[in-house]
Design a protein around this ligand. Sequence first.
Ligand SMILES: [Ca+2]
Ligand SMILES: [Ca+2]
Length: 346
Amino acid sequence: MRYWFIRKFMGDNKMFREGISDIAIMQLFHFRRSMSVVMLAGVMILAQAGCGVSYVAKNQLTPGQSFRDELASGGQGPEMVVIPAGRFRMGCVSGRDCGDDETPVHEVSIAEPFAISKYEVTRSEFGRFVAQAGYRTTAERGRGCYVWEGSEGIEKSSARWNNLGFDQSDTHPVVCVSWDDAVAYVEWLSSGTGVSYRLPSEAEWEYAARSGSTTKYHFGDDESQLCRYANHADRSTDLPWRNESCSDGVGERTAEVGSYQPNSFGLHDMHGNVWEWVQDCWNDSYVGAPSDGSAWISGDCGSRILRGGSWFSVVPWVLRAADRDRTATGYRSGSLGFRVTRTLTP
Ligand SMILES: [Ca+2]
Ligand SMILES: [Ca+2]
């Protein structure tokens, strides 16, 4: 069924090359199913890398340094890495083999260092929020989550962040979380730590993912190397669009965060594992985009941007640092999670 569907709705590889993602496939599955139904009927404390050092002033944080903030209610927030201020060219820097939405290439200047989580937010980190805040996710308040079951993507009413079609440990990335859920998490984290957490802006995300590189991936352009750096649809999956040039042995599922090599900023899984929500509203090109690293919060704000591709992603194309995708703020799927950013001024 899946192969039929892919051929029927997705066409040939040219369509894949133009950036059709697993999110788009999930949505097309949903569309087909919908049509079938119609037809049928406070305190700032920083701890340096677990060393328990309380309050590290902004000017003591140096790029590359990692830290965790203490939660007033107990425990710690995600491990954060300090990213240097700097400038970079955002979008289709190669000038070819890109989507139109990655143009025009534009220079972005990030004036202040900021911190971004070293890994995607994990199940245990999200679970602490759910337990402490009594939060119910979009999936739990609605119709569940889009997951792959057998050969089909379905909206499964029982699927949620802690009940997927595949096993996850506490250190796997949380998935089946909507943009609204991710925002609720960063608001809780800000409240619990007394410092300002948020989702990354799209520019911060690409700057962090590139980590100084101008290639497709932070390590270069060679897709046979992807299995060292990114959990994606490789030869260990049965997915028809898989990357035939390598295998990571993981199969069709998330991997523990940090299982693959980091980029030069020390960040893991910027390519692959799970798609990551960012703050920005959808705009179909960079005409009028901010150049100061801030989020673009005008345009289609009912849809927010996703970055980095996932374990399920359609050909390595969508794993690229410049690739962009978007979906509705209430959407949730088994390949979509997030990471967090922290402003270094309280
Ligand atoms: Ca994989
Ligand atoms: Ca990722």
